[in-house]
Design a protein around this ligand. Structure first.
Ligand code: LFR
Length: 470
């Protein structure tokens, strides 16, 4: 039969990509057709996402894919929690706030809703950056914006609306909001009412695999085809886990801006331990769920690099940083040179090197002398947290973990992987690096009926091929 072509957009907080998937008798192949940095702007004194720039990258990726031939489907995934407010005409009222701007923690501090209550009622991870806490802060600071809003769309929802002209909400992304009942599978309207948020902002969600709409006429290729935009796991983590051929006794670990550790489950888990251990539930594709915890991630290395560049004027590549860390490790850097990446100092540091110095000073560790030593302090800290999370999964949640199935850009970082495997005492199994893009394509193929279910989809991963742009 004829090959099927699916275009997957994967928007991460650091970078985004458009990947063209092709399914034919030989299996699944992915080709990167566009890649970009995720742009930010400052608006109203707040760090925001540059939605106009993201829409331009979306269109550029679309054109690059259309130039290669007709498309059978398109899917979009993005990071969670952040959102834009739309008026009744579908116009976005202001640039979406960036979760690192601290809105969420200010929302928690208002004392309207505690992390504990949010978690107890929705089952979501107790994270200050959740949509709900950002909204509490926004409602207090800019009530006129909420009053003018007709819909709240999370990032991938905003981008899908741009392609189709149809606003909508996708289920897995909605589960990152802290306003969605992960057990009942619908918005938590009771909580929404109690917080005084307008119900109209939250309409029924689309399930992964459902058709969102078709490409609006201005964006169609030369052939004029009204390509369907399929709702995928619009949350990048949902798509990433869909794109891993997980064994039942494996934990997944997606290493990107965050280190996302957890297990796939068939029902949400909510008990006395989830809150204490900072785990929570997120919705997955095809009826799956994830018991998951967010640990800080390569955001720390990115901000370390920025700090180094500002001080020394030189801009090391990531492989230079890992090589320097490797060298520091082989010279036996004292074990006390390690950070706790969950410390509040490391959520949005203005100067990452100063934050590390400050932390080590307080905890009695010697001050790092070189870039590689700073990086190693980060890698060790991340590995410690990840290992502790694995122990929690085993001891507290009674899940036997034989191996850690890793993916995401950080899974190519040799020293990080070595530190993790050593700290956790578990082997790592490497899945596809671009798991989100794979999971996105697989869900489109399920939606089109080209493959029957998740099991069949994941079976395609073993023989898949990836071509990346130079
Ligand atoms: C990963 C991710 C996490 C979410 C965080 C913030 O890219 O989507 O799942 O907690 O970004 O949105």
């Amino acid at each position: 039969s004829a090959p099927t072509h699916c275009l997957a957009f994967d928007f991460g907080a650091g970078s985004g990509r458009a990947m063209l998937g092709r399914l034919d008798a030989d299996g699944l192949a992915l080709e990167e057709v566009h890649r970009f940095e995720t742009a930010t702007v400052v608006d109203d004194g707040q760090l925001c996402w540059d939605l106009d720039a993201l829409q331009r990258e979306l269109e550029a990726g679309l054109r690059a894919a259309q130039a290669r031939g007709p498309l059978d489907a398109i899917g979009i995934d993005s990071w969670g929690v952040d959102f834009g407010l739309l008026d009744a005409e579908g116009q976005v009222l202001a640039p979406p706030l960036h979760y690192r701007n601290g809105h969420g923690s200010r929302g928690v501090a208002r004392g309207v809703l505690s992390l504990e209550a949010m978690h107890r009622r929705t089952g979501a991870q107790p994270l200050e950056l959740n949509t709900v806490f950002q909204l509490i802060e926004l409602a207090a600071r800019r009530p006129e914006r909420l009053a003018a809003a007709d819909r709240l769309l999370l990032m991938a929802d905003l981008l899908a609306a741009h392609l189709t002209g149809r606003p909508g909400h996708e289920y897995t992304l909605a589960t990152t909001s802290g306003l969605f009942d992960t057990v009942r599978g619908d918005w938590h309207y009771e909580l929404i009412d109690e917080l005084g948020l307008p119900r109209r902002l939250f309409r029924p969600v689309l399930a992964p695999g459902e058709v969102w709409g078709t490409l609006r006429p201005a964006l169609r290729g030369g052939d004029g085809r009204a390509t369907p935009v399929v709702a995928v796991g619009a949350h990048d983590t949902a798509s990433a886990v869909a794109g891993l051929d997980l064994a039942p006794d494996e934990a997944f670990l997606i290493l990107g801006s965050w280190s996302l550790l957890g297990v796939e489950t068939s029902t949400p888990t909510r008990d006395t331990h989830t809150l204490v251990h900072r785990f929570g539930n997120e919705g997955g594709v095809c009826g799956t769920h994830r018991l998951i915890t967010n640990i800080n991630g390569l955001y720390l290395i990115q901000t370390l690099r920025d700090a180094w560049r500002r001080r020394h004027g030189e801009c090391p590549t990531f492989s230079e940083i890992t090589a320097a860390a490797q060298a520091a490790r082989s010279t036996g850097l004292p074990a006390s040179v390690r950070i706790d990446p969950t410390d509040h100092r490391f959520f949005a540091p203005e100067d990452m090197m100063a934050a590390i110095d400050d932390f080590l000073n307080e905890h009695g560790g010697p001050r790092p002398a070189a870039l590689g030593e700073y990086a190693l302090a980060v890698y060790r800290g991340l590995a410690d947290q990840i290992a502790a999370g694995v122990t929690t999964l085993e001891q507290v949640f009674g899940r036997r973990i034989e191996a850690i199935h890793v993916s995401g850009g950080g899974s190519q970082d040799g020293i990080l992987c070595e530190c993790i495997s050593e700290a956790a005492g578990k082997p790592l199994r490497h899945g596809v690096v671009e798991a989100s893009a794979y999971g996105n394509v697989l869900m489109q193929l399920i939606g089109l009926g080209a493959i029957p279910d998740l099991r069949a989809a994941r079976a395609l991963l073993g023989g898949s091929r990836l071509r990346q742009k130079a």
